[in-house]
Design a protein around this ligand. Structure first.
Ligand code: PRP
Length: 218
């Protein structure tokens, strides 16, 4: 359905909990189904007649917004960098969803390993582009095996000795006998906007950017 409402894309999962209070501070109250985990709806109305919300996978927020299917989105800086879409502009650091992208490996292996000596490594990761960029800058050749989740199990099963994944509390690494050996980047969620929408609907778009900027500083 194509109409002239503005669409805000938000990710499922962890960021959502921290995002809800920010939406509320911006004056956005989604319809009740949005907070119902059993609801199969993907698009939700809000108390603001010209604004709907869609809930998609974090990876897809960047894609929906870059292609103009959503006008605004909330997404981790890791995904902005992973996709590097030219149509995506990230004007506001929302300062939520803090975590980091790191290289990790089994504890026993890490004890006898010196990351400064790496010349060619294989890693399992959801983020091959960011990983390649990071290691290219360090002069290390990297072979990325793309996986979509549960990559902490990869070293034990021989898929790759090392992984590049998100670390927040560190509990997942610890539970799987892995240790963090190198940070790739610090991450936080940003407001992203579609550049064309910014040109064609400047007033409404700037208004929302201003509101999100204000609540990110409060
Ligand atoms: C992320 C990430 C790690 C975990 C890290 O997965 O991929 O597995 O969180 O968090 P921790 O350091 O607090 O343990 P998430 O639970 O978001 O699901 P995913 O595997 O679908 O990405």
């Amino acid at each position: 359905m194509i109409d002239n409402k503005l669409i805000l894309a938000v990710p499922k999962g962890r960021i959502l909990e921290e995002l809800l209070p920010l939406l509320s501070k911006c004056g956005i109250e989604p319809e009740a189904a949005f907070s119902d985990p059993k609801s199969r709806l993907l698009r939700f109305t809000t108390n603001i007649p010209h604004l709907d919300i869609i809930r998609v996978r974090a990876f897809d927020v960047a894609t929906f917004t870059a292609f103009g299917a959503a006008h605004l989105g909330v997404v981790g800086s890791n995904l902005i960098e992973e996709f590097d879409y030219s149509e995506l502009y990230a004007p506001v650091d929302l300062k939520i969803g803090h975590c980091r992208l790191s290289v990790a490996m089994p504890e026993a292996l890490a004890q006898n390993d010196d990351p400064t000596q790496w010349s060619h490594i294989r890693v399992a990761t959801k983020y091959p582009n960011l990983t390649r960029k990071h290691f290219a800058a360090r002069g290390v050749q990297v072979e990325c095996v793309k996986v979509n989740g549960a990559m902490e199990i990869a070293p034990a099963l021989g898929l790759a000795k090392r992984i590049v994944d998100l670390v927040s509390s560190g509990a997942t690494l610890e539970a799987n006998g892995l240790v963090e050996v190198e940070k790739v980047i610090d991450i936080s969620a940003h407001l992203v906007v579609n550049r064309t929408a910014l040109k064609t609907r400047p007033e409404a778009m700037q208004d929302w950017i201003g509101k999100f900027r204000k609540v990110s500083h409060s």
